[in-house]
Design a protein around this ligand. Structure first.
Ligand SMILES: [Zn+2]
Length: 238
């Protein structure tokens, strides 16, 4: 099982680690800052560096038994098991994904009551699908998202038991992604004050610490994907 530093330290851009196993199917480290693809968030890219070598990482995905697999770029050299490496993220890309991901939470908060049936986070654009007959206008959503971001709400987390989650099914907005569960605990991500959060839902992804990092948000497109399914696309500046 890989120690997942991205969960406790989402702003860590690199870490030192030891290679546990290594092959064309991926390199496993004892610890990593690389987010493993899941929940609509792409895996991280970057580099593993060691004395005399460097392996570009083209993606990070979940492996067996809690391992994170760092996928080597084609023809990249592989570090041998036991090697001490520095795992370094493509930080500008990851930070943009964190901004995008947090914006999707804000979008959820503006469309209360509608189930989220799908979603995809990307570097250039991101989207959420809502079970919704009549979506608000692009202009209203853009204005409200930009205002919420500028209010610079803190983003925090809290762990609850699976039993507490089961007693509060309203916390689960995303119908297509099962909340991250493990060891009887579920991680809730909260935007805004504990007493009156802007958004609160189970999530295993990476987020910015304050919504002020997001900047202006534009809703670029609203798509009908079936009678009750509305797809909302967003993009960010910078
Ligand atoms: Zn999230």
């Amino acid at each position: 099982m890989t120690e997942t530093l991205f969960r406790t330290e989402p702003y860590a851009r690199e870490c030192t680690a030891t290679v546990v196993s290594s092959g064309p199917e991926g390199v496993v480290l004892d610890r990593t800052v690389f987010y493993a693809q899941g929940g609509g968030q792409p895996g991280d890219t970057g580099w593993l560096r060691w004395a005399g070598g460097e392996m570009p990482v083209s993606n990070a995905v979940k492996g067996e038994a809690g391992a994170v697999l760092h996928l080597p770029a084609p023809d990249a050299p592989l570090p041998a098991p036991g090697t001490e490496v520095t795992a370094a993220l493509d930080w500008p890309r990851r930070h943009r994904l964190m901004r995008m991901h947090t914006t999707l939470h804000l979008l959820c908060s503006l469309i209360p009551g509608a189930g989220v049936t799908g979603g995809q986070i990307g570097v250039e654009k991101s989207r959420l699908d809502f079970d919704l007959a009549e979506p608000p206008s692009k202009e209203w959503l853009s204005e409200r998202l930009t205002a919420l971001a500028a209010e610079d709400h803190a983003v925090g987390e809290r762990w609850i038991t699976e039993a507490e989650l089961d007693e509060n099914p309203g916390l689960v907005r995303t119908l297509s992604v099962k909340p991250p569960r493990g060891a009887g605990q579920v991680r809730l991500v909260r935007i805004g004050a504990e007493a009156s959060p802007v958004d609160l839902q189970p999530c295993g992804g990476t987020h910015v610490a304050r919504t002020g990092e997001i900047g202006p948000v534009t809703v670029t497109k609203l798509e009908n994907k079936g009678k009750q399914n509305r797809r909302v696309y967003i993009t960010l500046e910078g």
